[in-house]
Design a protein around this ligand. Structure first.
Ligand code: LLP
Length: 431
């Protein structure tokens, strides 16, 4: 199977984290997001252990909470000793409500408003990743008014192509994020931060992309960052204390995807950075990374009930389910691949279907050309695997469909972490 938490019993019934997917669907209804709590914790520990081995105590993984954000997730992150990366006051608010320690939150994003800056300062969040000069100016002003010296990193763009899909390709010089090193703008950005009295420049941040499998991308990025750090020391006398290399390790959505050995990659990266820092005569910086997808993706599965099966002879077959692009827009947006499984597989004949959603547009496809039992019918359950990242967090209410609940699986039991959105919630803001 794709991941060790997906199995079948002797009767061919699909199990997730050891529990019957059909029974969970009966109990909680569909569409249904399931999350394997042990897997989330295991992924956190994988990062924490790899960081400890590779960097000692001079490093911290931050969970990029845009991948999946709700209160229980932040509680788990707090318990696992992770930091978190938030990109909006909504994420910060959720983290704070969950009791997540403010000092371990880093506030990212390229479009922070004055109101956002004030909110984050007033809640004492640990640090800002400042994206540009206007934000720096606004933050310096707001921090000054509060008598605070705010810890910051500056986001710079190293100018690297991580060979991933366009929407998540963020390392190139011409992207909307950060200040490019190549044009000299990053150097001016650092100079401005050093001259801003109410911020404390801790270091630099970069994030070159998501779903990165290319072995050398992080090493190449570190090389560019360390060369820039040396330039900063030589030209401005500034020694970078913290280097945040962003998120991006890829995960397996289908059997043909590579399996990234993340601990091994982190160990190699640490050696690489240490060597390069030595060569440049720079002290080893404190390292931050921001994994999102690789913490939660394989902890998730979405379960649907089949509403209709349409066979169009000579053309194609459709299986239509009770969810769709509303709970998982990733195929529509990125042509993302997914593994689709029937809740009961007795090893009979299969056929190829497009798995389509219930939204009123023909582009509402969860996954084309999937293999399912040839006799699949209304009422059957199907599961889409590896939906823990960027599914619940990207879900919408298109067609006034309520978002599915998130049910956590733990030690053979289950509990609701996010309730199903019902009619009352859908009209709660309507006047
Ligand atoms: N740090 C920064 C600054 C980021 O922009 C991102 C992701 C991450 C960390 C986490 O990257 P990860 O480890 O999850 O790859 N909606 C898209 C993904 C967008 C990623 C945006 N930034 C998708 O569904 O594939």
């Amino acid at each position: 199977m794709l991941c060790s938490n997906i199995t079948r019993n002797a009767d061919g019934a699909l199990l997730f984290a050891g529990q019957s997917v059909s029974a969970l669907a009966d109990r909680y209804g569909t569409p249904l997001y399931l999350m394997d709590e042990a897997r989330i914790r295991q992924n956190c520990r994988m990062y924490k252990d790899a960081f400890r081995l590779a960097f000692g105590d001079k490093a911290l993984p931050l969970y990029a909470s845009k991948a999946c954000s709700f209160k229980q997730m932040y509680r788990i992150m707090a318990e696992e000793g992770m930091g978190v990366d938030c990109v909006s006051c909504g994420e910060i608010h959720t983290a704070m409500e969950a009791g997540f320690p403010a000092e371990r939150i880093w506030f990212h994003g390229d479009g922070k408003t004055d109101a956002d800056i004030r909110y984050a300062l007033d809640h004492g969040i640990g640090g800002f990743v400042v994206d540009g000069l206007e934000e720096l100016e606004a933050l310096n002003r707001e921090a000054g008014e509060r008598g605070i010296r705010q810890k910051i990193l500056l986001r710079v763009t190293p100018g690297i192509d991580p060979h991933t899909y366009e929407a998540v390709n963020t390392g190139r010089v011409d992207v909307k994020f950060g200040a490019p090193i190549g044009t000299g703008q990053a150097l001016e950005f650092v100079r401005a931060a050093l001259n801003a009295p109410n911020v404390e420049l801790e270091g630099l941040h970069c994030h070159v992309g998501s779903m990165v499998f290319d072995e050398s991308v992080f090493e190449d990025t570190a090389d560019l960052m360390l060369a820039f750090m040396r330039e900063l020391r030589d030209k401005l006398g500034y020694v970078t204390g913290t280097l945040d290399l962003g998120g991006g390790y890829g995960v397996r959505y289908v059997d043909s995807d590579k399996q990234a050995d993340i601990p091994a990659r982190i160990a190699a990266l640490a050696n690489h950075i240490r060597k390069r820092a030595d060569e440049q005569g720079l002290p080893m910086p404190f390292i931050l990374m921001e994994p999102g997808r690789s913490i939660v993706a394989d902890a998730g599965m979405t379960v649907y009930t089949v509403s209709a099966v349409k066979r169009i002879p000579g053309f194609k077959n459709h299986v239509i389910v009770d969810g769709g692009m509303v709970d998982n827009p990733r195929y529509c947006l990125y042509r993302a691949k997914y593994t689709v499984l029937h809740a009961v597989d007795r090893g009979g004949e299969t056929a190829v279907f497009d798995l389509a959603g219930r939204c009123c547009e023909s582009g509402d496809i969860l996954q084309p050309a999937v293999s399912l039992p040839a006799d699949v019918k209304r009422g059957d359950r199907v599961a889409v695997c590896t939906t823990g990242a960027y599914n619940y967090s990207m879900a919408s209410n298109y067609n006034r469909l309520g978002r599915p609940p998130v049910v956590m699986l733990r030690d053979g039991e289950s509990y609701t972490a996010v309730r199903r959105e019902g009619f009352d919630e859908l009209t709660a803001l309507d006047v």
